[in-house]
Design a protein around this ligand. Structure first.
Ligand code: ZN
Length: 587
């Protein structure tokens, strides 16, 4: 009796009749949808928008999310992870203590409670995990791998693209706690392996690339990225070696330039010449683009900074923000530039500038005889030696790599492509444990701050990436591992008693065989049913119709490639249950 009732329970959660399900498919995508995943997930009845960056997951969407989450859980458990559940509502003072209250800027949701207490909605939870780690006291308590799967908030400036960029989303965030750097390296490597398996199992081809740590801090970070036109990150990869980096971090090799001997700084008139190209054309002897200094005025958080680059190079803004230690930046506006520099863009330079922090690109280091604006409209300097004539506060890499440039590792050709960031792993170090006073004693009784790593995967963005990577002109092509149902039985003429009897029997038999089955018993035209089937993308479809039933056969369609075959009715359950079970793990 007991066994039977458990079985019935699992049966209910396994399978569903479409006539009783909430699967509101649409013929048209929302007018503002650009990303394929956004269009197909809305049309397929997986998600509905509540507000910009805020989505309801409908039953099919929630089933996919639960499966993605379960795969993540299995792989993090397999490397020794222990699951916790932490609050999302945090006292603001905790974020002040780690200095991230200011550092996260407008991305952090801030609110007040009825007593005027300041609160924050968590976007990651390094602070809270560090506080819990305060209960550890000895090296014997380490290492620990802690994780949770929970709602996170981020006040995105441009929420868009359906599940790709949300303001409220589910994240698996895990944290490693170790006594030393060697322990951190090991925890980082374990996560690296787990992430490779997770992405392979959910059906996306994710590569890891060197990434900027941004406001998270720490010494090393790698992003996992899926190639996609819907992506918002630019990735640089080498054609001939393993060099892979987010453009926010990527570098390339440059040819040496011969500048000649030192020359004196000389001011010369340049009436009406306000662009690199115009100046180069008028003064080819001293102002070829690679002999010019491009001077850009930015606000890094609220501080003005000058960014200097070679005239033919472009600024990578994130590199400038990382160098300035800022979270958000913007180019200064015309009136702000005039006030700060005393001239308009086109005549700007850093010669004699002491009040504003100057950050210069490494391609200008060691150069001589360059040309730059004189901070007076229509005047420039020639003979500029940046190290001699300018007060440079920081020399660093600021340049954005372009396609076709040469790899720093082996000289190979670099390619740029767009990708979706699906995961990010950080070696944080001791910033958080020092801020929260989290120390443990080693064997000799000496006290050390716990060394932390932090590792994130966004579940909904992962779902969107699966759809971006697995679709065709008719709809989604779910891999079995994360499909909302594994098998769809489409009934042609549900009003035909013999047909419906066969369909019902197959539905029960598939369900008993452990296959998650959706039975399309709706009173709809076959064309509508087939279109919906292809749109929602269930991996296997069994079509049951009066003709086949009369001859004892059904049609089997694989969603991937729409490959069709006929099978005897009494063979179909065993055959498909085996194939589905083999594909369920996902690798
Ligand atoms: Zn290379």
């Amino acid at each position: 009796m007991r066994l039977r009732s458990i079985r019935l329970l699992t049966t209910v959660s396994h399978s569903m009749r479409w006539s009783q399900a909430f699967i509101p498919t649409l013929r048209e995508a929302p007018a503002d949808a650009e990303a394929v995943s956004h269009k197909l997930l809305v049309r397929g009845g997986f998600i509905r928008q509540l507000a910009a960056g805020s989505y309801s997951l409908l039953p099919l969407g929630q089933r996919v999310r639960l499966k993605v989450g379960q795969i993540i859980r299995e792989e993090i458990d397999a490397i020794g992870g222990q699951e916790l559940m932490l609050p999302t509502l945090h006292p603001a003072e905790i974020w002040r203590k780690s200095n991230r209250y200011e550092l996260m800027g407008d991305n952090l949701f801030k609110l007040e409670d009825r007593r005027g207490g300041e609160l924050v909605l968590g976007m990651t939870e390094e602070e809270i995990f560090a506080m819990l780690a305060g209960e550890l006291s000895s090296y014997r308590d380490l290492p620990q791998i802690w994780y949770q799967m929970h709602i996170k908030f981020r006040d995105e400036s441009r929420p868009k693209s359906g599940l790709l960029r949300m303001r409220e989303f589910t994240m698996k965030d895990s944290y490693t706690l170790d006594i030393d750097r060697a322990g951190l390296d090991s925890g980082f490597d374990k996560h690296y392996g787990a992430y490779k398996r997770i992405f392979a199992r959910i059906g996306v081809d994710a590569v890891d690339v060197l990434a900027s740590s941004g406001a998270m801090g720490g010494s090393e970070s790698r992003e996992f990225v899926v190639r996609s036109r819907a992506g918002e990150d630019w990735i640089v990869t080498c054609a001939t070696c393993d060099y892979r980096a987010n453009v926010e971090k990527a570098t390339s090799a440059l040819d040496e330039i011969e500048d000649g001997g030192p020359a004196d700084l000389e001011r010369f008139p340049t009436p009406g010449l306000r662009t690199i190209a115009a100046l180069a054309e008028a003064h080819p002897d001293v102002a070829a683009p690679d002999r010019q200094i491009k001077t850009l005025v930015y606000f890094a958080d609220d501080e003005p900074v000058l960014a200097l680059l070679r005239g033919d190079h472009d600024l990578q803004e994130q590199k400038l923000m990382d160098a300035a230690g800022a979270v958000e930046g913007r180019p200064a506006q015309a009136d702000e530039i005039r006030e700060l520099m005393g001239a308009d863009p086109g005549s700007l330079g850093a010669v004699g500038v002491d009040e504003i922090r100057v950050i210069a690109d490494l391609a200008l280091m060691g150069r001589r005889n360059l040309t730059t604006g004189a901070n007076q409209d229509d005047w420039h300097f020639s003979g500029v030696d940046p190290e001699r004539d300018m007060t440079v506060g920081i020399w660093t890499d600021l340049r954005e790599v372009a396609s076709g440039e040469r790899c720093v590792e082996d000289g190979g050709s670099l390619e740029r492509w767009k990708g979706i960031e699906v995961g990010h792993i950080f070696k944080l170090g001791t910033n958080y444990s020092e801020a929260f006073g989290v120390y443990v004693q080693d064997e000799a009784g000496k006290s050390h701050p716990i060394v932390m790593g932090s590792y994130g995967i966004g579940l909904e963005r992962g779902m969107a990436a699966v759809v971006e990577a697995n679709n065709d002109e008719n709809g989604i092509v779910w891999p079995v591992s994360v499909a909302p149902y594994e098998l769809l039985i489409t009934v042609i003429r549900p009003d035909d008693e013999a047909t419906m009897a066969v369909a019902n029997r197959l539905y029960d038999d598939f369900d008993s065989a452990g296959v998650e089955t959706l039975l399309d018993d709706r009173d709809e035209r076959p064309g509508v049913k087939f279109a919906d089937a292809e749109l929602i993308g269930i991996p296997y479809r069994v079509t049951v119709g009066p003709k086949g039933v009369a001859s004892g056969s059904v049609e089997v369609t694989e969603r991937d490639g729409l490959v069709r075959s006929d099978l005897a009715v009494d063979m179909v359950v065993a055959s498909l249950a085996e194939r589905i079970s083999a594909a369920r793990f996902g690798i």
